[in-house]
Design a protein. Structure first.
Length: 299
């Protein structure tokens, strides 16, 4: 099984592609316990993905040995996403709240390790939600210090983190590649990378292609996500051009696919991401089209 590493530590899948591929479980599933994930694992393997992304939304649902068994049966490696809420915000001025966040993300790293995952992506640095004012420098520094602590613990488990910069309506902390690179420098952790998402970049980056070049050495996950978060061949983003730039740069890491449709999500998950309608109905088609798009560029 291919490992989720990029550039200087790449394990590549067989030619003609030098990248590994992933798809978010929300394309098919609204729950992420082992049995709910089984159909998504089976479909991902059949279509040819190397990884399925398992959100660590409810730790009580996660049975790492059971999940590991299902992935092993189908020759896939799990990846994860995680986050924090207001009650365990690692950038909070309250020390107890920050410690809860560090403990939460460290526990997430142990769950990832035990299911066979080596990477956690996502908005790890603060709660998702629209804010009424800009963030402060102090909040950024508190978050960076906490993530640095989590990275040290995760490194001992063989797990790395990839922080996702998201749009202004979901966070006031990290919206751009430039901010993400500064955050990594503040953390000072070798196992901290960037999670780039085309949906968010198309909103926040004035020049997305320059941002990709600037981020290149730190890209831990590159995610294809259409403007409406549905079918990749419908929408305002010409995703083949984004992939073409990765190929020109000789990218050897993970390329993921993400899409969200309201009826396929838990209500609280849909509300957090403002997914109010169904933008796709056929997860199999979305996955096949996404794989075809990646292969068309990299083969």
């Amino acid at each position: 099984m291919a490992g989720p590493f990029t550039h200087d530590a790449a394990e590549t899948i067989s030619d003609p592609m030098k990248i590994t591929t992933a798809i978010h479980a929300s394309v098919w599933a609204s729950r992420f316990d082992a049995e709910s994930l089984r159909p998504a694992v089976e479909k991902s393997a059949t279509i040819g993905f190397d990884h399925l992304v398992v959100p660590l939304r409810r730790f009580e649902d996660i049975d790492p040995p059971a999940i590991a068994k299902i992935f092993s049966e189908h020759g896939l490696t799990p990846l994860n996403t995680a986050g924090v809420g207001e009650e365990n915000d690692i950038g909070s001025p309250d020390a107890d709240t920050r410690q809860k966040g560090i403990a939460h993300l460290t526990k997430g790293a142990s769950l990832a390790r035990d299911m066979g995952s080596q990477q956690i992506n996502g908005v790890l640095y603060g709660p998702i939600g629209k804010r009424a004012a800009p963030s402060t420098r102090d909040a950024l520094l508190r978050s960076a210090e906490a993530i640095g602590s989590v990275c040290r613990a995760a490194s001992d488990m063989g797990v790395r983190l990839a922080i996702e910069m998201v749009n202004r309506y979901e966070t006031n902390l990290l919206n751009t590649v430039e901010q993400g690179l500064e955050f990594i420098e503040l953390c000072g952790a070798k196992n901290l990378f960037l999670h780039l998402d085309t949906f968010h970049m198309s909103i926040e980056e004035s020049d997305p292609h320059s941002a990709i070049r600037n981020a290149f050495s730190k890209i831990g996950y590159f995610e294809l996500d259409q403007s409406h978060r549905g079918y990749l061949d419908q929408g305002s983003l010409q995703l083949s051009g984004w992939l073409g730039q990765l190929k020109e740069l000789d990218y050897c890491g993970i390329i993921g696919i993400e899409a969200f449709s309201a009826s396929r999500m838990a209500p609280d998950h849909a509300a957090a991401l403002a997914v109010w309608r169904d933008v796709f109905a056929d997860g199999d088609r979305l996955a096949r089209d996404g794989m075809q798009l990646i292969r068309a560029v990299f083969s």
